[in-house]
Design a protein. Structure first.
Length: 442
């Protein structure tokens, strides 16, 4: 019979969606939980701030039609009625022109490709949308697969710029099954009643989910904000686990790490298991740089803009209010500019004013009518370890939820495969890991 964790103490390192969901489930089962967060923010990559008096996410987020784990959480928290689905709109910027990419007909009208290659590109997308055996795509890079089946012109114009923007210097290492997962998610979110891709957004933003989770757990959980965890190790006398910060050592019965794998390897270093730590460190990450701004201008009619120029200044331009409307933003239009870069990239070194100036200048080259004098507010965020590198052979790198060390567990977005990470899977893994911890005899 499984050991009951009532009156046991568990520490959770990281206050993102996975950590909060796990804490919520553990507390429902009578466990004493302490949450350690190195920053002053709760919610991880879906954490928020306010613009125009309304909560927003630091990094653009939405909900797919297939996000059943998020649906379940929203229903449990009595928030499901706040979820609304909207028709998405997608475009591609290439060769100083913006092209609609919302339908097969749009692809057939995409003049940068020869007609035969437009047809070929469409057939390849159709094939991938209906492919079920994704494992055949794990041992080939997206670039190799696309050049073989979609052709070099299609790859160079449509796919290579997106891979470079998303994965920077790792673009030619990414496994094809990752790209299949992105295409599959989009295909499965089509809605015949909406008339295209349907994307969901919560009235009041994702912050309302975070606030509701907090209201359920804050009276029973302890929060240690601005408290990085330096190490975790076993106390051989008490047989409990010591969690060490800069200022104190505290013992717990179990510990859940929701930090990136490479950070977990540093925290767990006292256990002296180099083979395991090498596996954790074999997963590379990129940082995200996100600029959010409010403007009186409507810069474009599309929600999603893939920026496929040869020297892409950023990978994506998002018009949030083109998806959800601007009534909650005092009539202002909300836009995101986003890019993924290595830690040593110039964007990380530039200060806020320098990067804003650079990106706004680049935006004017894409949208000549854009005028920054109409901007009423803007915020820049640099988010560490926001995207892991899903390279060929990645499946062998994925760490188990149970670490090699008794009563220590790991749950982070590098374990989400082959579908890309997102709040739906963070919620899924938070509940799953909590259940594993509750049922574990060790």
């Amino acid at each position: 019979m499984a050991e009951k964790l009532s009156d046991k103490s568990i520490a959770i390192v990281g206050a993102g969606f996975t950590g909060l969901t796990a804490a919520y489930e553990l507390i429902k089962n009578g466990v004493n939980v302490t949450i350690y967060e190195s920053s002053n923010d709760i919610g991880g990559l879906a954490g928020g701030f306010k613009m125009c008096g309304t909560p927003l996410e630091k990094a653009y987020h939405f909900i797919y039609k297939t996000d059943k784990h998020m649906f379940s959480l929203l229903k449990e928290l009595k928030l499901y009625h706040l979820l609304q689905f909207h028709k998405s709109s997608v475009s591609t910027y290439y060769g100083n022109n913006l092209y609609s990419m919302m339908s097969p007909l749009d692809l057939l009208m995409f003049k940068p490709l020869k007609l035969r290659n437009r047809i070929r590109a469409g057939l390849v997308i159709l094939y991938l949308q209906h492919l079920k055996n994704w494992r055949q795509l794990t041992n080939i890079t997206a670039l190799e697969w696309l050049e073989k089946y979609a052709g070099k012109e299609v790859t160079d114009i449509i796919w290579k710029p997106l891979l470079k923007g998303k994965f920077d210097k790792y673009y030619d290492k990414i496994t094809m099954c990752w790209l299949w997962g992105r295409i599959k998610q989009r295909a499965d979110s089509q809605d015949i009643f909406i008339g295209g891709e349907a994307l969901g957004y919560i009235e009041g933003g994702f912050q309302i989910i975070i606030d509701t989770l907090l209201s359920k757990i804050e009276h029973k959980a302890k929060f240690r904000m601005n408290t990085p965890v330096s190490s975790v190790y076993l106390n051989n006398k008490s047989k409990r686990i010591v969690l060490e910060t800069d200022n104190e050592r505290t013992e717990y019965d179990k510990i859940l790490l929701t930090v990136p794998s490479k950070i977990a390897s540093t925290i767990l270093a006292p256990y002296k298991n180099e083979a395991y730590f090498q596996k954790l460190r074999s997963i590379n990450y990129l940082d995200a740089v996100i600029l959010v701004f409010a403007t009186e201008q409507k810069i474009s009619k599309y929600y999603w803009h893939n920026i496929n120029s040869k020297k892409t200044p950023f990978v994506v331009f998002i018009g949030l209010t083109n998806l959800i409307g601007n009534k909650n933003f005092n009539g202002k239009n909300i836009y995101y500019i986003g890019d993924y870069v290595p830690r040593n990239h110039k964007y990380i070194g530039l200060n806020e004013d320098e990067l804003k100036r650079h990106w706004f200048n680049q935006l004017k080259l894409i949208f000549p009518k854009f005028d920054k004098k109409y901007i009423t507010d803007s915020r820049l965020f640099k988010l560490k370890d926001a995207q892991h590198i899903v390279d060929v052979g990645f499946e062998d790198k994925i760490p188990d939820t149970k670490t090699p060390f008794d009563n220590i567990y790991l749950s982070n977005f590098s374990q989400i495969f082959p579908i890309d990470r997102g709040t739906n899977y963070a919620v899924r893994d938070g509940f799953k890991t909590a259940k594993i911890m509750l049922e574990s005899k060790n």
